[in-house]
Design a protein around this ligand. Structure first.
Ligand SMILES: Cc1cc2nc3c(=O)[nH]c(=O)nc-3n(C[C@H](O)[C@H](O)[C@H](O)COP(=O)(O)OP(=O)(O)OC[C@H]3O[C@@H](n4cnc5c(N)ncnc54)[C@H](O)[C@@H]3O)c2cc1C
Length: 417
């Protein structure tokens, strides 16, 4: 990509998810960034602000064992650096976590639990039975039994009696977490401090003239009018919606539901992320695999499987299937009394951007479409982890004309379309 450090740059980033906001942040921290010569605008279509898609509704796992390796290598270190520089622990819940696979069976829930009733978490909590053998003493069992099952001494928020086995998936220090909504918003706040701007609007088309990107047409959601924003560089980071602006992009999407729970009693929920295999007692032979993430502040996040629901026009129109949320609650609470007695806070759904041909994400310049056009999408299930590395690479691409922090040739758009 032809560029020079001193030339004037007008950078438009389409999408206020973790990729767009992290890129805005990294651009403002690039050594040759100056607000006198470079403007950065993040365009976000949601009326409710940033991170309304997958970036606000993900688990938030950050792992050295994630993929693709070339992005993870820069991303994990960058997450650590960001947390140190900006007090990520308090600001976005950064911390190292244990991560393991848990196998066992779910407890039979009371038949009077109305699983189709999506309202009133308190009501559901009251309808639970107390006969499930969940008294603290019983659950703690003895240390011999815990050892045999591989259950760590401090993992007390899953029922030991229902556990068949636990095995750690990574060494200490190899897995961490962030609260993805807070992280995304913090990245944008920090970018704004250095001169970046947030534009509330939906991009409707990319403007290309003589093989070069010249700008983006938008509909302002705050002002209710159409505008054309000029640009020397456009970074397409609209997640699952990226193909709505560039139809040749091989990106598809999967809807996934998740819930957050405030466990009761309000005990210290040890920092574990569990990849579960739960045998359902009432459905012989059927297992389910919700992921469960303990978070700071007595919060637990859990997500279920994806489905093939159609992508709506904008993120604000994503439909939440209450039955799917109920299933997640039922499954995770069947192995944990603290979750079963807990108060469900959020029930949500979002669309994960997936590269149709496998692999990905797609990260880099697309001069075969237009000079100045950059693609950053298709981060699948590791976009929270890989956002800082993606963003750092893109900041170099725009400001220096080439990526030097990593070899991302495999992710180059020319490999995909
Ligand atoms: C259930 C679940 C759990 C996950 N857990 C993890 C995890 O633990 N760790 C991990 O690393 N990753 C995880 N992920 C993956 C991660 O959430 C995604 O890879 C990441 O959020 C993608 O970020 P994004 O910015 O590309 O997309 P998005 O978050 O979807 O953001 C795109 C933004 O673009 C906006 N937009 C779209 N079209 C336009 C337009 N025309 N004009 C303006 N704005 C537009 C949207 O409104 C949206 O805000 C999870 C995903 C799911 C679904």
């Amino acid at each position: 990509m032809s560029t020079s450090a001193n030339s004037r740059k007008e950078i438009l980033i389409i999408g206020g998810g973790i990729i767009g906001c992290s890129t805005a942040y990294q651009l403002t921290r690039h050594p040759s960034f100056s607000s006198a010569t470079t403007t950065i605008k993040v365009i976000e279509a949601s009326k409710h602000g940033l991170a309304q898609g997958a970036s606000g509704k993900a688990g938030g796992l950050v792992a050295k064992w994630a993929y693709p390796k070339e992005l993870v290598a820069i991303s994990f270190a960058e997450h650590e650096k960001l947390a140190k520089e900006h007090n990520g622990q308090d600001r976005w819940g950064w911390r190292y976590v244990h991560c393991g696979s848990w196998e066992g069976k779910g407890a039979v829930l009371s038949e009077d639990v109305d699983l189709d009733d999506g309202t009133g978490a308190g009501r559901r909590r009251k309808s639970l039975e107390k006969k499930l053998g969940l008294e603290d003493e019983g659950r703690k069992g003895n240390s011999v039994s815990r050892k045999r099952k591989g259950l760590p001494e401090d993992l007390l928020w899953v029922d030991e009696d229902l556990t068949h086995g636990y095995s750690p998936m990574a060494g200490d220090g190899d897995t961490a977490q962030v609260h993805p909504y807070l992280f995304t918003n913090s990245m944008m706040d920090l970018a704004i401090e250095k001169g970046a701007e947030l534009v509330m609007g939906r991009a409707t088309s990319l403007n290309i003239s003589d093989g070069k990107i010249t700008g983006v047409d938008i509909v302002r959601t705050d002002l209710g009018r159409k505008e054309t924003l000029s640009a020397t560089h456009v970074i397409l980071a609209a997640g699952a919606w990226s193909p709505t602006l560039l139809s040749s992009l091989p990106i598809s999407s999967t809807r996934a539901h998740s819930i957050t729970i405030h466990p009761q009693p309000s005990v210290d929920i040890a920092p574990y992320v569990l990849f579960t295999e739960i045998a359902l007692p009432e459905r012989r032979g059927l297992t389910v695999s919700p992921e469960i993430y303990a978070r700071p502040g007595n919060e637990v996040y859990a997500c279920g499987p994806g489905d093939d629901s159609l992508l709506p026009k904008i993120v604000d129109d994503v439909v939440i299937d209450e039955v799917a949320c109920e299933s997640i609650w039922k499954h995770v609470s069947s192995i944990s009394p603290e979750l079963r007695a807990g108060i469900v806070d959020k029930r949500q759904a979002c669309f994960l951007p997936i590269v149709e041909t496998g692999g990905g994400p797609i990260v880099g310049a697309a001069p075969h479409i237009a000079e100045g056009l950059i693609i950053a999408t298709g981060h699948t299930c590791w976009g929270i982890c890989n956002a800082p590395g993606t963003a750092k690479a893109l900041s170099e691409l725009v400001m220096d004309g080439r990526i030097s922090c990593a070899n991302l040739r495999k992710l180059d758009p020319s490999n995909y379309f």
